[in-house]
Write a protein that binds this ligand. Structure first.
Ligand SMILES: *Cc1c(COP(=O)(O)O)cnc(C)c1O
Length: 468
């Protein structure tokens, strides 16, 4: 959410509008548009208010053509009906809406099972507004456990968290908000995510944990979670340091269990203390729902859990906010019930198939080099070949926008700031047909781009935003 400031510019605007626009009022229709930066003095008819807001929103992009976002942009109509039925339900009122609370509990149980918690009954977890909140909660649990372990030295010591420089911005937020030093493993050569050896070199007695990402928002690659855990096991043997791992599975925790069953990244690894995912990414639910799970009560210090009695009941909660819509949680349960393991496998497989074939076809155009191929997350990053000098990825991103496609271009972080890429996120609803149309549009642009004298997009930042 952008941090908005008030505006004076539009204060005094009175624009006349067609009196037959919206619902004419009995005295002779609306002749002035209502102010947009202060509350109007009088009410509008609902149909007029609707029309004004609806019309303005027509200028938003088409979410289905947005290849930047990981967030679900299509659900079945039945899910929409259920969500509409639940829009008045407040997730926090667990006593008033015990069935909604029960569906949340079942989702947690299903995820504990899916992520191979050794004792699913011992695992604890909750829904959140998304992975960002889930990561905050997981980070807080790591920090509190560290503080307990170091009770004699705390608060003098400064806690740190070790992770790849490719982490999603929520981890920078966590470190900033909770005053934890972020220790970032830089990229190196063609390695675009965390290296276990480099990670353990950054660990010391004040390391609250190491974050492993499944998979990276920069290029869709999975970080080597099992190798990371093995390296930390060896570190413990050598030094006695026992550093837990949190897996940020915002996307991959809902992909790998269905498509990469042999990949060991989850609670099967004893060092993995907690896992998060975004229900609204490959969990296939509209925004905003996320999940945070801890392997057992040991991993989630009890004193972080609140019990309030003023809504009736004594439900334990762990959350940053209080009131929150229940509809997304209901929709998540619907999706779990509706698809089951087979259904999820089919959906994620076809999304990955689209990504794989799109990556190959873009490579076949001749101008691009793939950094990843869409075979882990259905996401891939590409850059222009070295011999392409007349345009760059920012030009491609800007020109694709003319056809409605949103494809972000961005530079990589330390030590690969020299590298600029485009990233394509394939999601459920981005079909082979749409992928065909995308390749056609891209292929049509290339001759023009090749004729440019040099790259033309000056304001690289404004041309395109990087969406984690
Ligand atoms: C998207 C993402 C997040 C943040 O998730 P939200 O659900 O958008 O809050 C965190 N980590 C990773 C790896 C992500 O891809």
């Amino acid at each position: 959410m952008a941090l908005h400031k008030g505006s004076e510019r539009h204060e005094a605007r009175t624009v006349s509008v067609n009196p037959f626009f919206g619902e004419a009022d009995p005295v002779g229709g609306m002749t002035e548009a209502p102010p947009t930066h202060r509350l109007p003095d009088v009410p509008l008819a609902p149909s007029t208010a609707y029309q004004l807001v609806h019309d303005e929103l027509m200028l938003d992009g088409n979410s289905r053509l947005n290849l930047a976002t990981f967030v679900t942009t299509w659900m079945e109509p039945q899910a929409g009906v259920l969500m509409a039925e639940c829009r008045d339900k407040n997730m926090i009122d667990k006593d008033e809406y015990p069935r909604t609370a029960e569906l949340e509990r079942r989702c947690v149980a299903m995820l504990a099972d899916l992520w191979n918690a050794p004792d699913p009954a011992a695992a604890v977890g909750c829904s959140t507004t998304g992975s960002s909140e889930a990561c905050m909660l997981a980070g807080m649990a790591l920090k509190r456990r560290w503080a307990r372990r170091n009770a004699d030295r705390y608060p003098g010591a400064r806690p740190n968290l070790v992770m790849g420089v490719n982490v999603q911005v929520c981890w920078e937020k966590f470190c900033n908000f909770w005053e934890v030093e972020a220790r970032l493993v830089p990229m190196e050569g063609e390695r675009f995510h965390l290296d276990p050896q480099a990670a353990i070199e950054l660990c010391d007695e004040n390391t609250i944990g190491v974050v492993g990402i499944l998979g990276s928002t920069f290029d869709g690659s999975y970080e080597p979670i099992a190798d990371l855990c093995a390296a930390l096991d060896a570190l413990q043997e050598r030094t006695g340091l026992d550093v837990p791992v949190h897996v940020d599975g915002a996307s991959g925790a809902m992909v790998a269990p269905f498509l990469d069953e042999d990949l060991v990244w989850d609670f099967r690894l004893p060092r993995v203390a907690s896992i998060n995912t975004s229900g609204h990414k490959y969990g296939l639910v509209y925004p905003g729902v996320g999940w945070a799970l801890w392997r057992d009560r040991e991993a989630l210090p009890e004193e972080l859990v609140f019990r309030v009695n003023y809504l009736g009941g004594e439900m334990p909660t762990f959350a940053l906010n209080f009131s929150r819509p229940g509809a997304q949680v209901v929709a998540q349960y619907y999706t779990f019930l509706r698809l089951g393991r087979e259904g999820f496998r089919a959906v994620q497989q076809s999304t990955r198939d689209v990504a794989r074939s799109l990556a190959d076809r873009i490579a076949a155009l001749g101008d691009f080099r793939l950094l990843t191929r869409g075979d882990q997350l259905p996401v891939f990053a590409l850059t222009t070949n070295d011999d392409v000098t007349s345009y760059d990825v920012f030009d491609v991103s800007r020109r694709l926008r003319e056809n409605g496609w949103l494809v972000p271009a961005y530079t990589f972080p330390a030590h690969r700031e020299d590298l600029s890429v485009l990233r394509i996120v394939c999601r459920n609803g981005f079909s082979h047909d749409l992928a065909d149309l995308f390749v056609d549009d891209l292929a049509r642009l290339l001759p023009e781009l090749r004729r440019q004298p040099h790259p033309l997009t000056r304001d690289k930042g404004a041309a395109t935003g990087f969406h984690h």
